[in-house]
Design a protein around this ligand. Structure first.
Ligand SMILES: *Cc1c(COP(=O)(O)O)cnc(C)c1O
Length: 403
């Protein structure tokens, strides 16, 4: 009976929604802490957190209350006025990031668009050229809009969509020589994820990022870090690059920045801020509205109140140990990589059946490519959740080996 209701809803969805996702056959209904419930009340431990979004877990009361209070005050004003939540959020985001100027967006892809436009304008002001190039990384993921797609290093995502708006060349992550080989006098920026997410939980090495910084300085081009997935504490520092004592010229942020409210931001140094986008160059109707910025402020409040980044450094090593154990237990796992609460297990086979089996057993996971299971849980994850996850996942892997 209940299954019929869920199936009827899914059938309806499949008639109405564009077929751009292969969705799991579950209609989710509500969340509580680390757990999600479908419309039949079935409970799932969530190690996906809405794709690295719900850092606070579900139903954080202070966060929810702050949103409700802002709804009763005002939702939207337009960027023709100042609003207090945005003023506060900008100052706080500068402080926690170490960047100097902020532009609020509605999504990650839109933050990448803004970062690329800033870099292009910066180069245009410098040499008047109109055909600047960007160097991005193979296997990278920066979003689905045209500009962001231009720098996304997965040819399959781009192939049907014609000429890309940005002239982009792809180097190999952690191979500085491959970046240097692509440089020419049209190159204006290098964009890189300090830890590749969609591309397979691959951390950029400290040497590579420092090498990029030195190379960009030497050539007078901009270094852009996409921190949309690896930022906001997920790797054990507020932003992944904080661990390396360097600073990008431009940085993007989204996903956990809103913890469920769709927000993003691109940030830059004062130098780039003074010499890139000006009035008339860029805009957004919703970006930085009072509701979105109240969400950012409430998120940052909870990061402080729960000391979340510290919690990651304390708890993530237990995830590392646990996944190491699974990797040594099951020979179908060929590699374990990642950092903090952004880790992956690489399998010698497609992981779809394992993920579906885990879901039947009450555990939500996400893949990254066909053969990798990605672990991006809420930052409030405790050891007991990691144990529960490992037990279910172990059973799902064992079940699949037996078949
Ligand atoms: C998710 C993601 C994006 C795109 O963000 P959207 O909000 O989905 O547009 C860009 N870059 C990285 C690294 C991401 O993980």
């Amino acid at each position: 009976m209940e299954d019929n209701k869920m199936k009827a809803m899914i059938d309806q969805a499949e008639q109405d929604l564009l077929h751009t996702y292969n969705r799991y056959q579950i209609v989710l209904d509500r969340g509580d802490g680390m757990y999600l419930y479908d419309i039949n009340g079935k409970k799932y431990l969530d190690f996906m957190s809405g794709i690295a979004v719900f850092a606070l877990g579900y139903g954080n009361k202070a966060y929810n209350d702050a949103l409700k209070a802002q709804i009763d005050k005002i939702l939207h004003t337009s960027n023709y006025f100042y609003n207090e939540p945005a003023i506060t959020a900008a100052a706080r985001l500068k402080k926690v990031s170490g960047m100097d100027r902020v532009f609020f967006t509605n999504s990650g892809a839109e933050a990448v668009e803004g970062a690329l436009k800033s870099a292009m304008k910066h180069a245009f002001l410098k040499d008047g050229g109109r055909s600047h190039q960007v160097i991005a990384m193979e296997n990278s993921f920066h979003g689905r809009t045209y500009g962001a797609l231009s720098v996304t290093g997965n040819p399959h995502y781009r192939e049907a969509f014609g000429q890309m708006p940005c002239d982009v060349q792809f180097a190999r992550l952690n191979d500085l020589d491959s970046v240097k080989a692509l440089y020419n006098d049209k190159t204006c920026a290098v964009i890189v994820e300090p830890v590749q997410g969609e591309g397979g939980l691959l951390p950029a090495s400290e040497d590579f990022l420092k090498g990029l910084r030195a190379f960009c300085d030497e050539k007078g081009i901009l270094l852009i870090f996409d921190e949309i997935q690896c930022g906001m504490g997920r790797t054990g520092s507020m932003f992944a690059w904080h661990r390396f004592g360097i600073r990008p010229d431009i940085m993007t942020c989204a996903k956990a920045l809103g913890c469920g409210v769709p927000v993003g931001a691109f940030l830059m140094t004062e130098e780039v801020g003074q010499s890139s986008l000006v009035a008339g160059d860029h805009g957004t109707t919703y970006g930085g509205n009072p509701f979105a910025c109240a969400a950012i402020n409430a998120v940052l409040d909870q990061y402080e109140a729960l000391d979340l980044v510290h919690h990651v450094t304390e708890t993530a090593p237990y995830l590392t140990q646990t996944l190491d154990r699974l990797a040594s237990q099951y020979s179908c796992i060929t590699e374990h990589r990642g950092v903090g609460f952004m880790q992956g297990l690489v399998f010698d086979r497609p992981v779809g059946p394992i993920i579906r089996d885990a879901m039947d057993k009450g555990l939500i996971l996400i893949n990254a490519g066909a053969n990798i299971i990605r672990f991006v849980p809420a930052l409030v994850t405790e050891k007991e959740h990691i144990d529960e996850m490992a037990e279910i996942l172990g059973a799902a892997i064992a079940g699949n080996l037996a078949e």
